[in-house]
Design a protein around this ligand. Structure first.
Ligand SMILES: [Zn+2]
Length: 231
C-alpha cells in the first residue's frame, strides 16, 4: 500500500499541536512532506465562559483548528470527536488510531508525551499512550484487527514517534525559519488564547524556543522525546 502521509500528528485538543510542534510541522510541509492531523477530542469543556454552549464551542474549535492547519500546510484534519476530558485508554480509541495509521501509513508520528509526571491533562497522557500502543504493536501486526485487513488496511510500521512536552528531551528540531508560521497558526486559536489571557504570547514562545535551542547550532527549537521503533 502506498503511504498517503509522511507524518501523522495526533493531538488531544485543538491547539496542543500548535503550541508544541507547529514549527516542526511547518518545516516539514515546506520540504514538501504530507502531514495529516488527528484531533482526538472536540474541546467541548475548555471554557470559563458560562454563556457558551458546548456545541457552539465544538464548532469554534474545529474552525480554528482547520485555519491553523491550513496556515501550516497540513493536508487534512481528522476530528475523532471524543468529549473533552473524556479520553480513555480503551480498545475502540486505540483501534481508531491504528486504523488511521494503516490508512495514511506515516513514517513519523508526533503526539503528546504520556510520561510527564504529576500535573498533566489526562487527555494528554492518554492520547500519548494510546497512540504509542496503536503504532506499536497494533498497526504493525497482521493478526491485530482482521476486520481492518478485510477492509484493505494492511499492517504498517511507523519508524519513529516524537513526543512533545517531554521531560526527557533527546531531539530538538530547528524552527528558526518557521517560528513566524507557528505564531500565525497559534493565533488562529483565538477562542483558546482569549481564555489563556497571554498578552505577551509571542515573547513567551520566542523565549521558550530560544531556550530549547541552547547548545544547538540553530537559534530556535521545539523539543521532543524521540523514539525509534523500526528501521
Ligand atoms: Zn490539550
Amino acid at each position: 500500500m502506498t503511504p498517503t502521509a509522511d507524518v501523522m500528528v495526533v493531538t488531544p485538543h485543538a491547539d496542543d499541536a500548535e503550541f508544541e510542534a507547529a514549527g516542526t510541522v511547518a518545516s516539514w510541509t515546506k520540504e514538501g512532506k504530507q502531514v495529516v492531523y488527528v484531533v482526538c477530542t472536540n474541546g467541548d469543556k475548555g471554557t470559563t465562559d458560562r454563556s457558551l454552549k458546548p456545541e457552539h464551542l465544538v464548532a469554534i474549535r474545529q474552525e480554528e483548528q482547520k485555519a491553523a492547519a491550513s496556515v501550516l500546510g497540513v493536508r487534512e484534519v481528522v476530528f475523532l470527536g471524543y468529549p473533552d476530558q473524556g479520553l480513555e485508554d480503551e480498545p475502540q480509541f486505540r483501534k481508531e488510531i491504528a486504523r488511521l495509521l494503516r490508512l495514511h501509513r506515516p513514517t513519523t508520528v508526533v503526539t503528546s508525551d504520556p510520561h510527564r509526571r504529576y500535573v498533566w491533562h489526562r487527555d494528554h497522557r492518554i492520547t500519548g499512550r494510546v497512540t504509542l500502543d496503536a503504532a506499536f504493536p497494533y498497526a504493525r501486526d497482521h493478526l491485530a484487527y482482521p476486520d481492518l485487513r478485510a477492509e484493505g488496511l494492511e499492517p504498517h510500521k511507523v519508524r519513529e514517534i516524537l513526543f512533545w512536552a517531554a521531560e526527557d528531551i533527546n531531539f530538538r528540531s530547528d524552527i528558526t525559519a518557521t517560528f513566524d508560521l507557528k505564531m500565525a497558526a497559534l493565533r488562529c486559536h483565538e477562542s483558546q488564547l482569549r481564555e489563556l489571557g497571554l498578552a505577551n504570547l509571542e515573547d513567551l514562545m520566542r523565549q521558550r524556543s530560544i531556550q530549547m535551542a541552547e547548545g544547538e547550532e540553530f537559534e530556535m527549537a521545539e523539543g521532543f522525546h524521540r523514539v525509534l521503533i523500526g528501521p
